[in-house]
Design a protein around this ligand. Structure first.
Ligand SMILES: [Fe+2]
Length: 237
């Protein structure tokens, strides 16, 4: 399989997974999961390319864990537990995308907890379902957690994504479909493939450096790129 075929295959996997949410409700909101993510992607136009992709795919963690014929996200909510879709989605996306995409996804639930703790009136604007999951997700951050969150790379992008997430629940609004983002996704996937080949790693899929992911530290990210570029190649799945 050549490079462009690998990129096409990666895009197909992402698109198939995106549409695996067909018919899936979005946690008691007025939009379906697909409408919600399309609206978030559309609202992000004008942000960085990475943030557009992050917005479009931010809830993919709800979908990848979806058992056949069951609604994983709603099931978790019904059972009053947090499905940790933020972490699972970011991990899944890290096969193809860099931390500028995966970190806002991983932190978008933390960003809600952050905004509730730091922005007067934010909590009152949350939808009923989002207020319910806030409790399951740990409630407002403590002052210590606020400080720690602010020090994480991409925390501000996560806050931006969170606001788009909150706004993307309008049952009356149409948003362009997945196809509208196809060129951007192809470009981002090609960037990964290019970086991989520049560092002697074949293929399109790669998980970003373990140091970066473990420390969430931008300086570790830079240092890693300079020193090791240690890619962990993961088979497409
Ligand atoms: Fe969302």
């Amino acid at each position: 399989m050549n490079g462009s075929e690998r990129i096409e295959q990666a895009l197909n996997t992402i698109e198939e997974t995106f549409y695996a949410a067909e018919g899936m409700a979005y946690l008691g909101e007025d939009v379906t999961m697909i409408q919600h993510q399309l609206q978030a992607g559309a609202l992000a136009v004008g942000c960085s390319d990475a943030l557009v992709v992050a917005s479009l795919l931010h809830d993919i963690g709800h979908v990848i864990g979806r058992p056949e014929g069951e609604d994983h996200a709603v099931q978790a909510l019904t059972n009053d537990r947090d499905a940790h879709h933020d972490a699972s989605g970011a991990r899944w996306l890290s096969r193809w995308f860099a931390p500028d995409v995966t970190e806002p996804v991983r932190l978008h639930v933390a960003a809600k907890r952050y905004l509730v703790a730091t922005e007067p009136g934010y909590a009152t604007k949350l939808s009923e379902a989002s207020a319910h999951t806030l409790r399951l997700q740990g409630g407002p951050m403590s002052p210590q957690q606020v400080q720690e969150f602010e020090a994480i790379a991409y925390a501000q992008d996560a806050v931006t994504l969170r606001r788009l997430d909150d706004a993307a629940k309008d049952g009356t609004r149409d948003a362009p479909g997945f196809d509208a983002h196809r060129d951007l996704l192809l470009m981002m996937l090609a960037n990964t493939a290019e970086r991989n080949s520049a560092h002697g790693v074949a293929g399109t899929t790669a998980a970003w450096c373990a140091i970066t992911l473990a420390t969430n530290d931008r300086s570790a990210d830079d240092a890693c790129h300079e020193r090791c570029f240690r890619w962990e190649v993961v088979e497409p799945g």
